[in-house]
Write a protein that binds this ligand. Structure first.
Ligand code: FPP
Ligand code: MG
Length: 321
């Protein structure tokens, strides 16, 4: 995965170095406790796929600018802030196979750490001197809150419907990818209105693919780094593989599934999901959104950058972790 991403970022490798330097610089603080948290987050940092998408999309729509770098830093910081807060909400001790900030620093400190990342994200957005970037980042924060609240407080009837599931994943994941491609377009040297629209749709389709794949991992041994199989079930989240089995079951089976889900009977549920086509159905949806992403990508002229984004889409759809 790391190697594949390195290859994808090859055409813009110098800009990735600029991004990494700017990311580290942005987080400098005189507060030793904050720096301890920053160090912990940087040491357990993820694949940084979102900033890569911002920069690739900026190059696709024209050329990467100084504003594109700050926008990439800003969206990554917002993403990290949301995960820090999410681990507090989900009471989750692990993130990417490492102790979460919550586990290492306790909830009060971790919440403040998340606040620091969020505030730094806003400072970076301002550094672009582009009010549309500031607006995109601020709006993104609100959408993430909406998505998280929707997931937390969905009514008993709604949470077992496919359209509710898609509303949640669009808000909590796809919107972020959509903002990445939008930020890429609006910080590029030049872009047209139709390029911006196609870039946003491209990002949204990639984001849906990404979350569907993530939800499939929850049913695969070793699928998720640092997470046991059935983590979503343990957290009371019914994702598409199970949701499909539930929606297509008869009334008696529906009741049985609900009881097993509420009792967190992971193995039993996992078996149904495989046998009753929940995995295959979710895989079909991944293919659908992958094709959609490629369709929007092909509205752009052929180039090395377009090839790199094509590889990015295939990686998101076919990744094993
Ligand atoms: C992970 O979901 C969480 C998110 C994608 C978004 C979390 C958003 C918030 C906490 C609200 C907004 C916060 C800020 C700072 C604006 P998950 O729990 O399904 O996935 P996981 O398994 O990776 O934890
Ligand atoms: Mg979580």
């Amino acid at each position: 995965m790391k190697q594949a991403l390195q290859q994808i970022s090859q055409p813009i490798s110098a800009d990735i170095v600029r991004f990494k330097d700017a990311y580290r610089m942005a987080l400098q603080s005189d507060n030793p406790l904050l720096m301890q948290m920053v160090k912990h987050v940087i040491n357990s940092s993820g694949k940084q796929m979102r900033p890569l998408l911002v920069l690739l999309c900026a190059q696709l729509c024209g050329k990467i600018t100084e504003a594109s770098i700050h926008a990439a830093v800003s969206i990554e910081l917002l993403h990290v802030a949301s995960l820090i807060h999410d681990d507090v909400i989900d009471e989750s001790d692990e993130r990417r196979g490492q102790p979460s900030l919550l586990a290492k620093f306790q909830s009060k400190t971790a919440v403040l750490g998340g606040d620091y990342f969020l505030s730094t994200a806003l400072s970076e957005a301002v550094k672009t001197r582009n009010i549309e970037v500031v607006d995109a980042i601020a709006s993104m924060g609100k959408i993430l809150v909406d998505g998280e609240l929707l997931q937390l407080s969905g009514s008993k009837n709604a949470i077992y419907q496919e359209n509710y599931y898609f509303d949640v994943i669009k808000a909590k994941t796809a919107s972020l990818f959509c903002t990445c491609t939008k930020l890429g377009a609006i910080t590029a040297t030049q872009y047209t209105a139709s390029q911006l629209e196609n870039a946003k749709k491209l990002g949204e389709a990639i984001g849906i693919c990404f979350q569907l794949k993530d939800d499939i991992f929850d049913y695969q041994e070793g699928g998720h780094i640092g997470k046991p199989v059935g983590n979503d079930i343990q957290e009371g989240k019914m994702t598409l593989p199970l949701l499909h089995v539930y929606e297509t079951a008869n009334e008696t089976d529906k009741a049985t599934i609900l009881v097993a889900f509420q009792n967190k009977e992971v193995q039993k549920i996992q078996q149904w999901v495989y046998e009753k086509g929940g995995m295959a159905y979710t895989q079909q949806k991944i293919e659908h959104y992958k094709e959609e992403a490629l369709r929007y990508l092909y509205t752009f002229a052929a180039s090395d950058t377009r090839n790199a984004i094509e590889q990015f889409i295939l990686l998101v759809a076919n990744r094993k972790k």
